[in-house]
Design a protein around this ligand. Structure first.
Ligand code: UT7
Length: 332
């Protein structure tokens, strides 16, 4: 009788650009204050990539670290999935650029576009390739250069976002692994967070540039409301599927780092208080890095010894689409 394979994470990596943009810096750019940003979002600073630094550069740095942690090289990888909404170019994909840069064999390499839920989507895709026997070892990278689509004249959005990358190597494992996952979409809410121009609906023209339509637009208050319920439901779903009904049976919750108030409300719905230390937070340092947020958070949680082999982690994210994703992982 064939046994279902366990697929787990065997190496993690991250990359954060050097440049730090603080709330004080924003006070000189738009009508805002450190106090407003801190109280309303939990963000104190964020990292910004150099002008000559593309997402494939950040992805490569994070990927190299994850491969080294797994004691593998690019030649050992059978699949690359990159989660991003800010690739170097529309085509080819960032995954193709990474495959070339890492000297991998001819393997499947493609990008996944699921905004802030991208890391969880990409991990789930890779998990299923490995379960199906199509790949043995997969490299998953979540990377964003949101500074390139951030309108630094719009105080409603510019204070929120940052740049960065996180990576994971997946393989079959003896113990633990991804135990359950949940992916969802509500496409009726597409316009709540969007990059209006530059695609086939509104190709780039002088007018679209003049109208600042190549910058991210967001209905923050609406997104806030939907995010809380959707993320909490998804997190509880991956727990309930496994018969886990209490947060006491989970070592760490790693939510998408969009807003401390969203995280607090999600935690509350899950029966957890932020003061317990059971919810991983790095939003103060990096802001919202879309797909890279959960990827960097998982990497830092392990680096900081917050979780180790055998510990159970719930990751949950929410983003443009609207997409939602959650994973229940026992670290291998
Ligand atoms: O990654 C997933 C996608 N993104 C999110 O999850 C973001 C979800 N939404 C949010 O995090 C919050 O809605 C925001 C942080 C974006 C905004 O916070 P809010 O408490 O919902 O504020 P608001 O949009 O209701 O605005 C309240 C006031 C407004 O002023 P008036 O109209 O009341 O005079 C805004 O103009 O705050 C003003 N405001 C600011 N004031 C100072 C908005 N941004 C700023 C700012 N500094 N940076």
């Amino acid at each position: 009788m064939s046994q279902t394979k366990r697929v787990g994470i065997i190496g993690l990596g991250k990359y954060l650009p050097e440049k730090v943009l603080t709330n004080k810096d924003f006070e000189k750019m738009v009508e805002t204050s450190d106090q407003w940003i801190t109280e309303r979002t939990g963000i104190k600073e964020r990292r910004i990539a150099r002008p000559d630094e593309a997402t494939s550069d950040m992805a490569l740095a994070a990927a190299k670290q994850a491969l080294a942690a797994a004691q593998l090289t690019g030649a050992d990888i059978d699949l690359i999935v990159v989660a991003t909404i800010s690739p170097d170019t529309y085509f080819p994909s960032n995954a193709c650029r990474l495959q070339g840069a890492l000297g991998c064999r001819s393997i499947p390499a493609f990008d996944v576009s699921a905004a802030c839920s991208g890391y969880i989507y990409a991990l789930t895709v890779a998990e299923n390739f490995i379960k199906a026997g199509t790949a043995k070892r997969a490299l998953v990278v979540a990377v964003e250069k949101l500074s390139m689509v951030t309108d630094y004249t719009d105080r409603n959005t510019c204070v929120l976002f940052g740049d960065g990358a996180g990576a994971a190597v997946l393989s079959t494992v003896e113990t633990g692994g991804i135990l359950s996952s949940y992916l969802g979409t509500d496409g009726k809410q597409c316009e709540l967070i969007t990059l209006p121009a530059g695609g086939s609906r509104r190709p780039a023209t002088h007018e679209t540039i003049d109208q600042r339509l190549h910058y991210l637009k967001m209905n923050g208050a609406e997104v806030f409301k939907v995010a809380v319920k959707t993320m909490a439901d998804a997190a509880l779903e991956v727990m309930n599927t496994l018969g886990v009904h209490s947060p006491d049976e989970v070592s760490l919750i790693i939510p998408h780092q969009a807003n401390i108030r969203i995280i607090n409300a999600v935690a509350k719905r899950m029966g957890v208080s932020l003061t317990e230390g059971k919810v991983f937070l790095n939003i103060d340092k990096y802001g919202n890095m879309s797909a890279a947020s959960t990827a960097v958070a998982l990497c830092e949680a392990v680096e900081q010894g917050r979780v180790k082999k055998g510990d159970r982690v719930v990751m949950v994210a929410f983003g443009s689409g609207l997409t939602v994703g959650a994973l229940f992982i026992e670290l291998s």
